[in-house]
Design a protein around this ligand. Structure first.
Ligand code: ZN
Length: 432
């Protein structure tokens, strides 16, 4: 649905848009696009109010009541802003070892403009926290920091998207083709119910901006690590360890053999890592253990590396120490890697120049993954456009039980940046 202002406002916004276009026409701007910058400044308090409301709705990934509540709140806001909005309850769920019976909803909003560009904004509404944790970390502002449960990861990102859409509406700006908003509520449990949808919605976008927190200096990221998990299960046979050990098949011996023969599959030069980290075997000392399990953590920078790793592991387990044991291996891609693409580099370069030329701010662009994984990776799986992570505010303390905060002085630059990126992409002004 297109933005429509009431007639009385429309004229005023048209004048504002005219000024924006006149300014944006210059080659390198020494000053921010005034209408956008003034509006971002005006928007700061409303942004903080939204952030407070979002923090005050507890939404741990497995708290289905909580995630439904925040989804409804966000969907209502998007509707008010003129977006065609739906709340999707996931059906196509990628079941992993820790996937709960029910996973939370996805809010999907679209706004049609007059142009051709397709731009998608993503963030997640869920947190790692448990219901009841909010009382120890309520929303509060202290100096230039805003504190609260889940405020950095990732309620600031949800609020930013709502206010960027709000700003475009207030600017009466509609030169984009389609603006798509996707907000999921299962990111912290590796997006079992939303991954397929994020990939699908991202497929034909020109640009996807993910609003996880930006770096300390407002940096953005073009690559994130892939995270995998391997589950090894050995079936042996129990027997009395004292009276008849030869009647058993010792699953612990087989497990040890398997783990040791799969301990050198890492390829540090390619960023591929496999480390066995958990094992569970046996119940009592005097029984030959019938079952043994182990888990390994895997990281990769390229999707194919996980495929090759799984193949290598499936081959390895064929070589057994005890022929009578049975060995099974399951491999999960918990999150694929996001690989930096040329289109993403181009978008990030443009973001850098908006920061530098219009706001006189520095921005780093990280194109090597450092170990963390985000939903930007699901957006990147089939996307024909560029995917950039870290469009959110700077902050600190994600996944900690105290003092999670965001930097208030980063609100205006971030609202400004995302709005300006949408404008420049829609007007074909990103650098070649
Ligand atoms: Zn997050």
């Amino acid at each position: 649905m297109k933005f429509r202002s009431r007639q009385s406002c429309a004229t005023r916004w048209k004048i504002a848009t005219g000024a924006v276009l006149a300014l944006a026409a210059g080659a390198v701007l020494a000053a921010p696009v005034a209408a956008v910058h003034d509006l971002a400044k005006k928007e700061q308090q409303a942004y903080l109010d939204t952030l407070r409301d979002l923090v005050h709705i507890e939404s741990g990934s497995k708290d289905i009541e909580g995630v439904n509540k925040i989804a409804q709140f966000v969907a209502d806001r998007l509707k008010q802003l003129g977006a065609q909005t739906e709340i999707i309850q996931p059906e196509d769920v990628y079941r992993m070892d820790d996937t709960p019976e029910k996973t939370g909803p996805i809010v999907h909003g679209t706004i049609k403009g007059t142009g051709k560009s397709k731009i998608m904004l993503i963030a997640h509404m869920d947190t790692v926290y448990q219901k009841g944790d909010l009382k120890d970390q309520p929303f509060r502002v202290d100096g230039d920091k805003a504190y609260g449960l889940g405020i950095a990861d990732d309620k600031q990102g949800v609020a930013a998207i709502l206010h960027v859409v709000d700003m475009l509406k207030k600017l009466n700006y509609a030169q984009f083709g389609t603006l798509t908003v996707v907000l999921n509520s299962d990111e912290e449990i590796s997006s079992p119910g939303s991954r397929a949808l994020i990939t699908k919605f991202a497929e034909d976008q020109d640009a996807v901006f993910s609003f996880e927190g930006g770096g300390k200096d407002g940096g953005v990221r073009l690559a994130t690590s892939g995270i995998g998990a391997a589950y090894l299960k050995v079936h042996g046979k129990s027997s009395h360890a004292g009276a008849r050990p030869e009647g058993g098949v010792n699953s612990l011996y087989e497990l040890a053999h398997q783990v040791l023969q799969m301990k050198d599959l890492s390829k540090p030069e390619d960023g591929l890592k496999l480390n066995w980290t958990l094992a569970n075997v046996g119940t009592v000392r005097n029984m030959i253990p019938p079952e043994a399990t182990a888990q390994a953590d895997a990281r990769a920078l390229k999707v194919q590396d996980f495929d090759a790793l799984e193949k290598a592991m499936q081959e390895k387990i064929q070589n057994k120490l005890l022929p009578d044991s049975k060995v099974e291996l399951k491999f999960e891609v918990r999150r694929p890697p996001l690989e930096a693409s040329d289109l993403a580099r181009k978008l990030a370069g443009h973001a850098q120049s908006i920061y530098k030329d219009e706001l006189d701010l520095e921005m780093t662009v990280a194109d090597k993954a450092t170990g963390g994984g985000t939903d930007a990776a699901f957006a990147g799986v089939k996307s024909r456009g560029g995917v950039v992570e870290g469009f959110g505010l700077s902050g600190f303390g994600a996944h900690s039980n105290n003092a999670e905060y965001v930097q208030i002085p980063t609100i205006v630059p971030r609202l400004y940046l995302a709005t300006r990126m949408i404008m420049d992409i829609s007007e074909g002004k990103t650098k070649p």
